[in-house]
Design a protein around this ligand. Structure first.
Ligand SMILES: [Cu+2]
Length: 672
């Protein structure tokens, strides 16, 4: 889509969110004049529902990927420190969602979830983030919660030679974070190139009682390059690479830190457009990515016994996608295949490191192979209504090389398992004047993750148990229903969304009577097992009101609830949360302020190690100023998060570590 559309509007290229809108409009113009209006109207509905995220927040222009993701009302985060937050989609952990970069499957190499996929990108190599809720996300593979696709920046070809670039720098004073981000792109009729480089370095942060939170520092380096070449007016090839390195990253909520993590993420894509016929575009990608992860517990004096815990994750795969469009129909067909090898080791040392005492595989060389066929379809039934439906059929194969490890707790467990994973969804959208209504349903399976299936003595510092995987767990099966209503007035937009999941064979850890803890900190051993079922629902309401032409108000309210088969609470479910913000523009000056908070966590789960967290409310504000010097556009911003320096911890803070206290930040961005 991005290669061949020649865009004359330079600003359109800079703003990648606009590209999505533009391509929708360009498509609309290609269809017959009679249908144009219908298609355009429905395209707009579709664009709204896609919910692409720009990489900024209400308050901060120079936001990190995590901060930008947190603006979505169906994303929350488990935080183990200041770095690499674990994104929860629809209040479900990362095992239940699929996180990809441009459709590429990547798996973290950390048994303790220090490295979600979102930690391997940077805000200046992404254009948008595409979040799909529930089974609508199954095009990327089998999922329960949905999918998060991180879209890399990709400059379009242009008739005239063009250079564009940006440099962004800033300081966050709470933790002395300095960041420098630069990106440059070139485009011509036949060649388009993108490059980015970034550095972030932060010290320990201070909480709201001005206490230093030790081991919360981080260092990140990220660079990316993309080269596209037009082979013919309708075809092009593109190669992309991302290199990411995080070093000396503290995880205050865990008993160990990260010494080094490195990722190389590469792909080559062939794109072919078609002027006539049902098929409009063919996109074929092959990819390879490799992650290495080395933890470090030697910085913690409380650890009497030290362990080396490195992990490696290597994935290669391919995605082939056909885009289809004819009259009132549009859709795609995809084939998705990948292989992943996950390895994690544990070596225990006494105080004297020259004496090695024990070695074990916490991931015993687990191979996962997946091949899936999927399709998404949209049919415009009339001017006012649209049906979306699709699904996928996947085949998932797992193999554990050192199955003896798994036999210690599950004698005779399968060394290899093959699972069939079907996923289906359907959605109906109806437009009545200013209202859009939608109802949808879904059904889908997922395979257990590497840890759930094959993990061996993976220490969970939240409930202080060592976790053991079970290779013969059943597929988790989700039955889903969702509904939404949108009011689109002239100055007011209100959206209300609801979803409900009934999940069979819901995988959790349960205490095993046999087995003794390996780590002196741990209190016992838990095995992954399945509940008969769990139920979960999410509710969100968003409003956006233009009070005056230059004054905008936004508000969000979310509520979720999740229960196991005995009506007990499930952990990490967000209590009632709210956010309200005002944005005021005066010429080149922008002023924004927001208040956000959560109510007391009433429905917490002591069984899974949770305690009740109190309510909190914090206040943020920022001011920005835009100015131009010749061809260079500049933007400065100064602001503060948690202005009142409130001390707080939330339901999602691992081990109740306190959040960041008052943080004054400033940033400068220049672009040409
Ligand atoms: Cu780790």
């Amino acid at each position: 889509m991005f290669y061949s559309k020649r865009m004359k509007n330079k600003k359109g290229i800079i703003l990648f969110a606009a590209v999505v809108l533009l391509s929708g409009k360009l498509f609309a113009q290609e269809s017959s004049p009679v249908q144009q209006d219908t298609v355009r109207l429905l395209e707009e509905i579709k664009v709204i529902r896609k919910a692409n995220r720009k990489i900024e927040t209400e308050i901060k222009k120079a936001a990190t990927v995590d901060e930008a993701l947190s603006t979505s009302d169906n994303i929350s985060f488990i935080k183990r420190g200041a770095y690499a937050w674990e994104p929860l989609l629809n209040n479900m952990s990362t095992e239940r969602s699929i996180i990809t970069i441009d459709g590429m499957h990547i798996f973290g190499a950390c048994t303790d979830k220090m490295d979600p996929v979102t930690s391997y990108v940077e805000s200046n190599n992404l254009s948008t983030i595409d979040i799909k809720s529930g089974q609508e996300g199954s095009a990327q593979g089998s999922t329960i919660a949905g999918s998060i696709d991180l879209k890399q920046k990709s400059t379009a070809f242009s008739a005239e030679k063009m250079w564009q670039g940006a440099y962004q720098t800033g300081v966050e004073f709470n933790n002395n974070q300095f960041f420098n981000l630069a990106n440059l792109s070139y485009s011509s009729e036949r060649l388009a190139a993108d490059g980015s480089i970034s550095f972030r370095k932060a010290g320990n942060y201070f909480d709201g009682s001005n206490t230093e939170v030790k081991h919360s520092q981080f260092n990140k380096f990220n660079t990316s390059v993309g080269l596209a070449y037009k082979l013919s007016p309708l075809s092009s090839i593109k190669v992309d690479a991302i290199f990411d390195k995080a070093k000396d990253v503290g995880f205050p909520a865990l008993p160990m830190d990260l010494w080094l993590s490195r990722a190389i993420i590469t792909s080559a894509t062939y794109n072919q457009q078609f002027e006539k016929g049902l098929i409009t575009e063919w996109d074929w990608k092959v990819y390879f990515n490799s992650i290495e992860h080395y933890m470090d517990d030697t910085q913690r004096p409380e650890n009497l016994v030290h362990m080396d815990m490195p992990g490696w994750s290597t994935t290669f795969g391919t995605v082939s996608k056909l885009n289809l469009r004819k009259d009132r129909y549009s859709g795609d067909i995809q084939v998705n295949a990948y292989q992943n090898l996950s390895i994690a080791e544990m070596t225990m040392y006494p105080q004297d490191r020259s004496k090695k005492t024990m070695f074990a595989y916490s991931w015993p060389w687990v191979t996962t192979r997946f091949i899936g066929f999927s399709t998404n379809n949209s049919l415009h039934i009339s001017h006012r209504s649209q049906v979306d439906f699709g699904g996928s059929l996947g085949l998932n194969y797992n193999h554990s090389k050192y199955v003896e490890v798994n036999w210690i707790f599950y004698p005779g467990a399968s060394q290899s398992t093959t699972r069939v994973l079907p996923n289906l969804y359907a959605n109906y959208t109806l437009n009545i004047n200013e209202f859009d209504f939608s109802v949808g349903t879904g059904y889908g399976h997922r395979a257990p993750s590497v840890s759930e299936g094959y993990g061996y003595y993976i220490y969970n510092s939240f409930d202080r148990y060592d976790y053991i995987g079970n290779p013969d767990l059943d597929n988790e099966i989700s039955y889903e229903a969702n509904a939404s209503a949108i009011f689109n007035g002239e100055n007011l937009r209100v959206e209300a969304k609801f979803n409900y999941f009934y999940i069979q064979n819901y995988i959790v850890g349960r205490i095993l009577s046999l087995g003794s803890p390996m780590n002196y900190q741990s209190v016992g051993v838990k095995g992954y097992t399945a509940l008969n079922y769990a139920e979960l629902y999410n509710f969100a309401i968003n409003a956006d009101y233009k009070v005056l032409p230059n004054l905008n108000w936004k508000g969000t309210l979310t509520y979720a609830r999740a229960m196991d088969d005995k009506k007990g609470n499930l952990p990490f479910i967000r209590p009632l949360s709210y956010q309200t913000s005002l944005h005021y523009n005066y010429g080149k000056i922008g002023v924004q302020t927001s208040v956000e908070g959560e109510l007391e966590q009433v429905n917490y789960s002591p069984e899974y190690g949770e305690n009740k967290t109190p309510s909190y409310m914090i206040w943020d504000a920022s001011v920005d100023y835009k100015f131009q010097f010749k061809n260079i556009e500049s933007e400065v911003q100064v602001g503060a998060e948690n202005l009142l320096n409130k001390y707080y911890t939330t339901y999602a803070d691992w081990g109740n570590i306190p959040r960041v206290g008052r943080n004054i930040f400033t940033s400068l961005k220049v672009s040409f």
